[in-house]
Write a new protein. Structure first.
Length: 428
């Protein structure tokens, strides 16, 4: 357990029917903000993320880094939805919940009779959020998909030469943050009106809406009858300069200099060899430098200078002295182990994970002064909270809950039996 003060969503209950990343990440964010998140997992198998790498085994218990990342602070129940008694439990939990979130293919919850129209009959003011690759309507809505599919569909991968997928799951994570935004807006609307609503989030929609430069170039030029060819982006921006990742002798440095007051000091620190840039017509002002005609020339000169420096750290030092925005590109290992900014912002925090011990987690990027966000508890084991949730949330007796195990309604993984001893041993 963490020592965080109550979060802004304390008292809000979320019923979490999610798997893999987009849904679990959104629900995790709500848990970081203090919500009571009850994760409903596939009977006996658990949610898919429990099986994703990196899986490690310690003290006879196998756990996944993926599920620990996206499920911290939640409570897990494992209920057989094919058993009428299992579905009865879910219906009772829906009545107790403020929010239901799911990210299955559009027809899955309907087959379970847990789609919005059915759930609304059980809880009229429910806020019901669905996340999927293409949303619940449109000609692509029937297509199965993952993050990479949304990247391809949204034009995101086409922005690079050659087309590539992003090194992180931007479709999932962007959709999850849009889902959180919509959920919080719906919560406010419910507070003001008493009315719940259905939220439909498409990963393709979210990524498509993020093309902040290249597509708007095409849209504005098309509006005047002179459509431009949409450029692709590599390590350096095709239309902004200096704006990119530049190669040095021992690594890479990101540089962004898009204002006139910073351009002149930057050129002067680059030395006499590059002073011609102050009078070259291709570099005369920001608008000239930031054009597809001239940006490649500027990139070439800047990279030539970076490569002439003894190290990218020295290039960074010189540019910083002149107030030029830049940073030596950090590795993930360096960020996890040594980066002072990560430490100062508490973006790497230590939390106890049973059978593993102290383990570092991402902190929350949501920094609230009075109602802080962050990891509030370890990631649960499959079915760990069956008894707790059904007794405390639904008022069932412990004996009645335990009887449901023999009726093929509830399940928990073997590690749950060892948890009391493990927690006691570690003073938890």
């Amino acid at each position: 357990m963490s020592n965080l003060k109550p979060g802004p969503l304390t008292g809000v209950t979320v019923l979490d029917f999610t798997w893999v990343l987009a849904g679990p990440h959104a629900a995790k964010t709500l848990a970081d903000l203090g919500a009571n998140v009850i994760k409903v997992e596939q009977y006996k198998a658990g949610a898919n993320e429990r099986w994703l790498p990196l899986r490690v085994t310690k003290d006879g218990v196998t756990q996944s880094s993926y599920t620990i990342l996206v499920n911290r602070g939640k409570r897990s129940i494992c209920v057989n939805l094919k058993n009428p008694k299992g579905m009865e439990i879910i219906h009772k939990l829906i009545k107790k919940s403020d929010i239901l979130i799911e990210n299955f293919a559009p027809d899955v919850m309907g087959k379970l009779k847990l789609d919005y129209d059915q759930v609304k009959k059980i809880k009229p003011d429910i806020i019901y959020c669905s996340i999927s690759s293409f949303g619940h309507w449109g000609p692509y809505s029937h297509k199965p998909g993952y993050d990479m599919i949304a990247q391809g569909a949204s034009g995101w991968s086409d922005q690079s030469t050659p087309p590539i997928i992003a090194p992180v799951s931007i479709g999932d994570t962007t959709a999850s943050m849009h889902a959180c935004t919509a959920i919080l807006a719906a919560l406010y609307h419910k507070k003001m009106t008493g009315q719940g609503q259905n939220i439909d989030i498409s990963m393709m929609d979210c990524l498509f809406s993020l093309h902040e430069n290249t597509l708007p170039w095409y849209l504005i030029s098309s509006a005047i009858g002179e459509p431009v060819e949409i450029p692709r982006i590599g390590a350096k921006h095709p239309g902004y300069a200096p704006y990119g990742i530049y190669t040095g002798k021992d690594g890479y440095i990101a540089i962004a200099c898009l204002t006139e007051p910073r351009w002149v000091p930057m050129v002067k620190v680059m030395g006499p060899e590059f002073e011609f840039l102050l009078s070259d017509p291709r570099a005369k002002d920001v608008s000239t430098r930031c054009s597809t005609a001239n940006a490649p020339f500027i990139h070439e000169q800047v990279e030539k200078w970076v490569m002439s420096q003894p190290s990218v750290a020295e290039a960074e030092r010189k540019l910083e002295e002149q107030g030029v925005p830049c940073i030596r590109c950090r590795s993930l290992k360096e960020l996890a182990e040594d980066d002072p900014q990560v430490k100062a912002r508490e973006m790497m925090v230590t939390l106890y994970q049973p059978f593993i011990g102290p383990m570092r987690h991402y902190g929350s990027p949501l920094k609230l002064s009075e109602t802080p966000a962050g990891p509030r508890n370890y990631a649960p084991f499959l079915g760990e909270h069956n008894v707790e949730v059904l007794t405390k949330e639904l008022g069932m007796s412990e004996a009645d809950v335990k009887a449901l195990y023999g009726e093929d309604v509830l399940y928990h993984e073997p590690a749950v039996e060892r948890l009391p001893e493990e927690l006691k041993k570690n003073g938890k």
